[in-house]
Design a protein around this ligand. Structure first.
Ligand code: AMP
Length: 176
């Protein structure tokens, strides 16, 4: 089975107008996830040029980010750290609040999720306004992690989210 190319991945992403509210073009990745070639291709692309031994943990963002981050972590022989919405993690947490394309949110990590100096790859499905990823980058750095790269399946470049990630290297597979 040959993994799908970025162009094929783009074709597998479904656009849902006005979801979850008017004016939002929701990028529905479920057709891509359901297709084995597309799922494999998206994990290949998100892993990029990273190799086992170069990343200690992959951080995935609640909830669609988990689907990609865990598979990337397996490829890289790295651990997986869940970044979760407030109230979901059972142990002591640190948190960051931010605004997003629709609404507001608070994200949390366990205080011991990352050890100082660990090399972290952050993975999520969509870069929109960048608030979610910027808040997560801040959590990772507060724990002493070294954020190596932020990798997205989809970048909505017209929203300018990349700027919020400042000095961090950002890579995206499919751009709109
Ligand atoms: P943002 O903080 O604005 O960059 O939003 C990113 C987060 O919201 C990601 O975790 C996405 O899952 C979700 N998201 C934002 N906008 C969209 C969109 N148009 N389609 C699908 N997911 C989105």
């Amino acid at each position: 089975m040959s993994p799908a190319t970025p162009d094929e991945l783009k074709s597998a992403i479904r656009n849902i107008p006005d979801f979850p509210q008017p004016g939002i073009q929701f990028k529905d990745i479920t057709p891509l996830l359901a297709n084995p070639r597309c799922f494999a291709g998206s994990i290949d692309q998100l892993t990029g040029s990273h190799r086992p031994g170069t990343i200690d943990v992959v951080a995935g963002i609640d909830a669609r980010g988990f689907l990609f981050a865990s598979a990337v972590a397996l490829r890289l022989e790295a651990g997986i750290v869940p970044v979760r919405k407030k109230g979901k993690l059972p142990y002591r947490t640190i948190e960051e609040s931010y605004s997003l394309e629709y609404g507001a949110n608070t994200l949390c990590m366990h205080v011991d999720a990352i050890q100082p100096g660990q090399r972290v790859l952050l993975v999520d499905d969509v870069l929109a306004t960048g608030g979610t990823a910027a808040a997560t980058a801040s959590l990772i750095e507060r724990l002493g992690g070294q954020l190596v790269e932020v990798a997205f399946l989809i970048e909505l470049s017209f929203l300018g989210g990349r700027a919020k990630l400042g000095r961090h290297p950002v890579r995206s597979v499919v751009t709109y």
